[in-house]
Write a protein that binds this ligand. Structure first.
Ligand code: PEP
Ligand code: MG
Length: 590
């Protein structure tokens, strides 16, 4: 155990003190020659291990909390792999033909399958390799008897290359106080799940696999991104106090969550929720959400089966009925890092610049019509607006509107109750859309700024590439000017403008965009009470002055300094409880 400082990207807020527990550290199986007479025995061992893993995954499925049912499907996919002939039959064959023990045979087959998938160089199939590896490791753990047992300590900080939702459910969730991974991103499922379960988490932790060891004591700060391995007594005391203060702050902001987000000079801003499953609506009231600003519809399309109109209509109706205000449902935004199975076959050289979002849905209109019909049907059950992602020209918006009219006619002919029309908005997230907002505004009812992709495309920084993450900066003058341009042209055309990327949950982004007159922020529910609290403390007029100064400057450090000063003056020590990529000063905070 050696004292070390590590840094990662905060994806779920909170501070955790606990003991490192590594998941899936490759057990290296020994190769053992067996006698022909032992083949049956080894094959029985394999079957028993497969059965045990399948039962474990079943149990993990059952532990998935009510409001996170979508994770059951991910776990079910892994369970299906325990019956996959490519894995099971090939291993059995290898045992019998090469006369080797089950663990060795399994490790060889898993390795071969992983290599085949990895070599395909396709993000979707590469993900499959990760699933196979994860299941393979579980089976190996069973075969070697080395699986994590009941004698684990109570405050676990899980560490791994990557963690799947099943891993979290597999352990007693109450024992997990923190998560840190070498891979992953802010929008990965583990990140979303960690936020939903209020488990502090960091991803992209550099050096994690070499610097941390099983059983190390560790402090993880899911707000600043710092990790301290082997803290001394002073560190532990200081960070325990910080953790306690953070808990009190969270409780206090949650208690005030239902108050409106009015600035001190009485400017009202809506604060909405970004969610991904209908089950999440059940906890929205407690967060004080004024509505749903972004419902991501991709999840239902990621499995083996494409959902039908009935299933989608049921899903969207639940979202509309469960929303505290208007629910903005985004049409399918598959592509880039959210590839559907069908897209994997396209073998696009650069999927982030390929058939993504509306480009894909307009090219696959049968599928798009099903989704649009489901949306119109859900429109009868409450306030619903439709939002289209990845728009880069006016024709795309017109094409979507034409399709909506056509599906309305289809539903009329089938005598199915539905909303004849719905408000239609667009995500402004490509530089092209940002430059033609005046023309786009004439075609739609509202704008929502997708800051994640806007920054990614404007600054030419792959949002999932940790090597260039250091270049991502919301205070880059190009980003600041783009935000202003979108908000102004939306308003000039009488449209409401919201922002729904991660920047909406960042105090720097809130000050800037509030100062530019944004109407609403849409954030992950974990950040909602804190963002409302911040807005209630800000003065809109002062934010406007500050935003003007920032707009006139191209000196990023000076601009950050100005915004930080205002935030510190407004929030005092509370600022330390809010996550901001602009405030993380690596190496200084723990
Ligand atoms: C965005 O791009 O900012 C956004 C909210 O959408 P997503 O993260 O789903 O691409
Ligand atoms: Mg986007």
């Amino acid at each position: 155990m050696a004292r070390a400082h590590l840094y990662g990207t905060p994806v779920s807020p909170g501070i955790a003190l606990g003991t490192v527990h590594f998941l899936h550290t490759d057990p290296v199986p020994e190769k053992r020659r067996i006698l022909a007479a032992e083949v049956e025995q080894e094959q029985e061992k394999l079957q028993a291990a497969l059965q045990a893993v399948s039962e474990d995954l079943d149990k993990a499925c059952k532990k998935v909390p009510e409001d996170m049912q979508e994770y059951r499907e991910i776990i079910a996919v892994q369970k299906d792999m325990t019956r996959d002939p490519r894995l099971v039959e090939s291993t059995g064959k290898l045992i019998a033909e090469d006369l080797v023990n089950a663990s060795w045979a399994l490790s060889q087959v898993v390795q071969q399958l992983c290599n085949i998938f990895r070599e395909m160089q396709d993000p979707y199939l590469q993900d499959r390799a990760q699933d196979i590896r994860a299941v393979g490791l579980r089976i190996l753990e069973k075969l070697s008897g080395s699986e994590h047992g009941a004698e684990l300590p109570s405050s676990l900080i899980l560490a791994a290359e990557d963690i799947s939702p099943a891993d979290i459910m597999d352990l007693d969730a109450d024992r997990i106080v923190g998560i840190m991974t070498h891979e992953g991103g802010i929008t990965s499922h583990t990140a979303i799940m960690a936020r939903g379960m209020h488990i502090p988490a960091l991803v992209c932790v550099t050096n994690l696999m070499v610097a941390a060891k099983e059983g190390d004591s560790v402090i993880l700060d899911g707000i600043t991104g710092n990790i301290l391995i082997d803290p001394d007594d002073n560190d532990s005391k200081r960070l325990s106090e910080r953790a306690e203060n953070y808990r009190s702050w969270r409780k206090a902001t949650s208690n005030m969550a239902h108050w409106p987000a009015d600035t001190v000079d009485a400017v009202r801003v809506s604060v909405l929720a970004n969610i991904e499953s209908p089950e999440e609506t059940s906890s929205l009231a407690a967060t004080g959400a004024d509505g749903i600003g972004l419902y991501r519809t991709e999840f239902a399309f990621m499995g083996d089966n494409i959902p039908n109109e009935e299933e989608l209509a049921t899903e969207y109706t639940k979202v509309v009925q469960g929303s505290p205000g208007t629910a903005v449902i985004r049409t399918l935004d598959c592509g880039a890092d959210k590839l559907m199975k069908a897209q994997a076959q396209l073998k696009e050289p650069n999927p982030a610049l390929g058939l993504r979002g509306v480009r894909y849905t307009l090219r696959n209109q049968d599928l798009f019509r099903v989704q649009l019909r489901a949306l119109l049907r859900a429109g009868v059950s409450g306030r619903l607006a439709v939002m289209v992602p990845m728009i880069s020209n006016v024709e795309e918006v017109r094409a979507v509107k034409r399709l909506m009219q056509e599906v309305d006619q289809e539903l009329c002919m089938r005598h199915i109750p539905h909303a004849r029309t719905l408000p239609l908005g667009i995500m402004v997230e490509t530089p092209a859309a940002m430059m033609i907002t005046d023309a786009l505004a004439r075609e739609c009812d509202f704008f929502s700024i997708g800051t994640n992709d806007l920054i990614h495309y404007m600054l030419a920084i792959d949002r999932n590439n940790r090597h260039v993450a250091y270049l991502s900066d919301c205070m880059h003058p190009a980003v600041v000017r783009a935000l202003k341009r979108i908000i102004d042209s939306g308003h000039r055309a009488g449209l409401s403008v919201s922002a729904c990327g991660e920047l909406s949950a960042d105090p720097f982004g809130v000050v800037l965009m509030l100062g530019m007159g944004i109407d609403a922020f849409s954030v992950s529910p974990a950040f909602l009470p804190g963002i409302k609290h911040l807005i209630r403390k800000l003065e809109a007029r002062a934010c406007t002055e500050l935003a003007s100064q920032v707009l006139m400057s191209s000196d990023i450090p000076a601009c950050k300094h100005m915004v930080r000063e205002m935030l510190q003056k407004t929030m005092g020590h509370e600022l330390g409880f809010m996550t901001s990529s602009s405030m993380v000063e690596r190496g200084q905070t723990v």
